[in-house]
Design a binder for this molecule. Structure first.
Ligand code: NAP
Ligand code: G4F
Length: 347
């Protein structure tokens, strides 16, 4: 049985990648940060969905900023494949927390590469780095972006990810490691964090429809993103790790849409006009914006045989459907709580 070690296992991609690896028969080991409240919602959901595989997921405390801890755990577990998904992944937040973002996103990758280098002296191990389209910066003359496009990072998040990208290439060249970068464009799902724009919109549409929310505050609606489905994208991660030689790949749909289009599409699915509920709030704008991302995934198609299976409209639909169910449950809960409170007031 192959063993995979996954950092960032509690995140969106952590859920979909772990699900894929379990389906493929892997033993999956992950690290989770120690927090005072338990935040393993997605992994707990996965264990419920795949009870027959639950004993093949193991988690222990760890943090990618703790180099010594990473070396200990990697040398103890001796995984065959290591996926570094851990990051402070919110671009807007990175402007407020630049040093921490650098530490988790750049130094964290380097710490893990050192552990990989040590283990590789004992047994072969493969390394995947979660690189990102944010590294391109979205300048108009660079569209569509491919593996050849130069980087022009426009946030502390992106500058840290560029450093991690180069650390990964350098360890591949310097030590002959099997280390690859997946340069993934935005990918979303019903399990996307609630403060990324797509999920914020689909949850708002569903909650407004149920009478649980009255307005939606957003920032820049003109930014263009190449949005795909996370479940499709983790397949590309795994495929990169099965190649004879390590390399870097752009993973994207090749089609972009604006935030406004996503908004229109999501609200129309629940029969609402977004303009009746939208408020523009300056706090959601970024000091420097990435205006246009659109990837060229031809290398991934030609070399890996990877293609996205889910288009923009299917993605919006599946996220809206999921969040309508969430909102219905919230509404039910509110109604029951209201009835209990009314009864207590009467007493
Ligand atoms: P996510 O949902 O925000 O998950 C991030 C994960 O990293 C969480 O499990 C988080 O743990 C963990 N983490 C954060 N800081 C850590 C630290 N210091 N030590 C250990 N774990 C830490 O992000 P995602 O969407 O799944 O993305 C996965 C990776 O792909 C990230 O590196 C992201 O930058 C990159 N990426 C994402 C996209 C996208 O569109 N989704 C595109 C390109 C690249 P907690 O649960 O404790 O917070
Ligand atoms: O959903 P977002 O926060 O995603 P962003 O900044 O593109 O970053 C995501 O994708 C990257 C890949 O390209 C990943 F590397 C990264 O980890 C993350 O997963 O914002 C998308 C767009 C931006 O242009 C933003 O300015 O939506 C715009 N936006 C407008 N109003 C908003 C909002 N974004 C957020 N989060 N919240 C808003 O209210």
């Amino acid at each position: 049985m192959k063993r995979a070690f996954v950092t960032g296992i509690t995140g969106q991609d952590g859920y979909y990648l772990t699900r894929l690896l379990l389906e493929k028969g892997y033993d999956v080991q992950g690290i989770v940060r120690r927090t005072s409240s338990m935040t393993r919602r997605r992994i707990d959901q996965l264990k419920d969905e795949m009870p027959e595989c639950a004993d093949r997921i193991t988690m222990q405390y760890g943090d990618v900023t703790d180099a010594a801890g990473l070396i200990r755990v990697v040398m103890e577990l001796e995984p065959d494949e290591i996926y570094n998904l851990a990051a402070q992944s919110h671009v807007r937040v990175s402007f407020d927390k630049p040093a921490y973002t650098q530490s988790a996103n750049a130094d964290g990758c380097l710490n893990l590469l050192e552990a990989v280098r040590l283990l590789n002296q004992r047994k072969p191990v493969r390394f995947y780095q979660a690189s990102t389209s944010e590294m391109f910066g979205g300048l108009p003359e660079t569209v569509p972006q491919s593996e050849q496009t130069r980087f022009h990072p426009r946030s502390p998040y992106a500058t840290a990810k560029v450093a991690a990208f180069h650390h990964t290439v350098n360890y591949r060249e310097a030590y002959g490691l099997f280390a690859c970068n997946g340069i993934l464009f935005n990918h979303e799902s019903p399990l996307r964090g609630e403060n990324f724009v797509t999920r914020k919109i689909t949850l708002a549409a569903a909650r407004i429809k149920e009478g649980l929310q009255s307005e939606l505050s957003l920032g820049n609606l003109d930014a263009l993103r190449d949005w795909g489905y996370a479940a499709d994208y983790v397949e590309a991660m795994w495929m990169m790790m099965q190649q004879d030689d390590p390399d870097d790949f752009v993973i994207a749909t090749g089609v972009s849409h604006s935030v406004r289009e996503f908004l229109e599409e999501a609200f129309s699915r629940v029969g609402l006009d977004y303009q009746d509920y939208l408020r523009i709030d300056q706090k959601y704008f970024r000091p420097t914006e990435v205006e246009q991302l659109c990837g060229d995934p031809s290398k991934a198609r030609d070399v890996l045989g990877w293609e996205p299976k889910t288009d923009f409209y299917q993605l919006v639909q599946l996220m809206v459907d999921h969040d309508c169910e969430v909102a219905k449950h919230e509404r039910l809960y509110e109604d029951i709580r209201g009835q209990v409170e009314a009864r207590e007031t009467w007493r």
